[in-house]
Write a new protein. Structure first.
Length: 176
């Protein structure tokens, strides 16, 4: 099935590629508080975003979309990172959903989730799942408000030992 493109009313959204790494790096550098929270390195995360896939997947299964306030505006105010068909063909993963603080709290995160669900369903996906870092409790509440439920936990290295980070998953959508 051919997926429609990801569409977000009132915003421009485009699929990013390797040439956009400096733009992504700028976005991540500005959000260094988030990367500190999750013990991530913003520069490293930006550099490896297109190649970081599980061994069973190919980099072409990684789709990264940049959100701009309007068309013809190169600056990105948000980003969503998707992995197609993982861990099973029916599931898609969200690697990261990030909205810059100046644009938060106006429903853009919620609208992006709705757009991603439509997009994934049109590509034949049935569920969305992601790992929420244990220390990112605000984000966990955000996902739970949008119908995601904790299905499992993954043990991740943290600054002071290991964290049991929740894996949250949407209800099934789309058609079989
Ligand atoms: C989570 C996030 C994408 C929400 O984006 P958004 O555009 O503000 O989302 P909405 O406007 O639709 O919803 C806002 C809600 O998100 C909550 N939220 C979750 N994490 C938040 C954060 N780090 N900062 C501010 N608000 C946050 C707010 O409390 C708000 O709740 P309310 O509606 O009860 O007031 C955004 O806060 C963000 O980019 N956070 C940092 C990155 C992150 O943690 N991503 C999720 C893990 S992959």
């Amino acid at each position: 099935m051919i997926a429609r493109s990801l569409e977000l009313a009132g915003h421009a959204i485009r699929q990013l590629a390797g040439a956009d790494v400096p733009l992504i790096r700028q976005l991540f550098d500005e959000r260094s508080d988030f990367f500190r929270l999750i013990n991530g390195d913003a520069a490293f995360e930006a550099e490896q975003i297109f190649g970081d896939v599980p061994p069973s997947k190919h980099p072409k299964d990684k789709l990264v979309f940049g959100i701009s306030a309007q068309r013809a505006d190169d600056r990105i105010i948000g980003l969503v990172e998707l992995l197609r068909g993982y861990p099973t063909q029916d599931d898609w993963c969200i690697g990261l959903l990030l909205i810059v603080p100046a644009h938060r709290g106006r429903g853009l995160g919620a609208a992006t989730i709705a757009a991603v669900i439509q997009f994934v369903a049109s590509a034949g996906g049935r569920t969305l799942q992601l790992v929420v870092q244990a220390q990112n409790s605000a984000a966990l509440q955000f996902w739970q408000r949008h119908g995601f439920v904790i299905r499992d936990r993954v043990h991740q290295q943290a600054a002071h030992g290991t964290n049991a980070s929740p894996i949250v998953r949407s209800a099934a959508f789309g058609s079989c």
